[in-house]
Design a binder for this molecule. Structure first.
Ligand code: NAD
Ligand code: TYD
Length: 353
């Protein structure tokens, strides 16, 4: 396939590109390179003939139009977004700009391009929007998991902006017939995640002897999905499902934050024991909670299992071990992402907690 991938320098997008380049796809990666976009994620493919990179914004009309006319993709996979809930609390506007206005611009330009295709090309074309389970809001401990029919009830500026973009995607299918797809997945983990998110933050803070900041009482639950499993699900949906479909994608692995941190500590205590012989759990530090902190997310992934035969391959213990080892083994990658803007963020988010 010829793919236009947006946000491909980020965590999930780069893992997806590495996977698709190996399959022989032609990939154009449009990425603004915000703080979380990192071309080091893609060094292994940067000189491949079937890969090219354009630095730019999905909200830039003329640039997006030019890319469509030059590369003429068979599909768009939209990963580009502002993605961190804590940042959305401090700066909601940038989430509106990229996630709402940027996505709607990308849709408009996709529609113009799609209209210019032959009937056969039109029928094969797909616009796949990558979304999150956070659009469904928060569950109680005993509530059933989110299905594709759960009503949207976003609670953070991040999830509100993603919900809005999902609605635009749906509307472009219903109104104009654009062959769209949406997948809503749970929390991803794995290699190449920017270390402001829970798992890489905890690994790196631990080995640097810094506190491990747990928001509130640490009992909030997320469902954890390995990024490789997520990429496989995206490929299946892209290649096999009908236009207009939505799929929930989950890791079948609900854990509270204290359990996640304990699993990380378990690996670190075995692999890189502290010089004083104590456990890294000594560094756990409870801090002020996130405002509007969703209690629990859980995914019912029956639809994608039934329609497309997808199930996650990783179990959490195996996945978390490999992930921790990846961050330990990739010191240069870590050094590169922890620049001045990263230090500024850490100060802003944790200093007053
Ligand atoms: P990320 O923050 O690691 O990457 C986002 C990428 O988008 C970066 O490379 C960034 O430079 C780029 N970008 C940001 N604004 C842009 C713009 N205006 N134009 C072009 N590029 C822009 O995020 P991620 O974790 O890889 O998430 C990718 C997608 O998956 C997002 O849409 C996110 O909402 C969704 N998602 C993520 C998770 C998760 O756990 N990480 C879970 C569910 C859904
Ligand atoms: P995060 O990785 O930011 O993902 P999301 O908020 O999108 O689920 O956070 C995962 C969970 O970890 C969430 O319940 C908030 C919590 N958390 C902490 O307890 N401490 C931290 O320093 C961070 C970044 C997150």
């Amino acid at each position: 396939m010829k793919l236009l991938i947006t946000g491909g320098a980020g965590f999930i997008g780069s893992n997806f590109i590495l996977n698709r380049i190996e399959k022989g796809d032609q990939v154009v990666n449009l990425d603004k390179l915000t703080y979380s976009g990192n071309l080091n994620n893609l060094v292994s493919v940067q000189n491949r003939e079937n890969y090219s990179f354009v630095r730019g914004d999905i909200g830039d009309k003329s640039l997006v139009r030019k890319i469509f006319s030059e590369c003429r993709p068979d599909a768009v996979v939209n990963f580009a977004a502002e993605t961190h809930v804590d940042r959305s609390v401090i700066d909601p506007e940038s989430f509106v700009r990229t996630n709402v206005l940027g996505t709607s611009n990308l849709l408009l330009e996709t529609l113009e391009y799609w209209k210019s295709l032959s009937q056969e090309e039109k029928a094969k074309f797909r616009f796949h929007h990558i979304s999150t389970d956070e659009v469904y809001g928060s569950l109680g401990f005993e509530d059933p998991a989110f299905t594709e029919n759960t009503a949207y009830a976003p609670n953070s500026p991040y999830s509100a902006s993603k919900a809005s973009s999902d609605h635009f995607v749906r509307a472009f299918h219903e109104t104009y017939g654009l062959p769209t797809l949406i997948s809503n997945c749970s929390n991803n983990y794995g290699p190449r995640q920017f270390p402001e998110k829970l798992i890489p933050l905890m690994v790196l803070n631990a080995i640097e002897g810094k506190p491990l900041p747990i928001y509130g009482n640490g009992k909030n639950i997320r469902d954890w999905l390995h990024v490789f499993d997520h990429c496989d699900a995206i490929s299946l949906i892209l290649e096999k499902s009908k236009p207009g479909e939505c799929y929930n994608v989950g890791g079948n692995s609900e854990k509270n934050n204290l359990e996640v941190v304990a699993a990380i500590i378990n690996v670190l205590d075995q692999e890189v024991p502290r010089p004083d012989g104590k456990s890294y759990s000594e560094q756990i530090h409870f801090v002020k909670d996130r405002p509007g902190h969703d209690l629990r997310y859980a995914i019912n992934a029956d639809k994608i299992k039934k329609d497309l035969g997808w199930t996650p391959k990783f179990n959490f213990d195996q996945g978390i071990r490999e992930t921790v080892l990846w961050y330990l083994a990739n010191e240069d990658w870590v050094k590169n992402v922890k620049d001045g803007s990263y230090q500024d963020w850490i100060k802003k988010n944790y200093e007053e907690r």
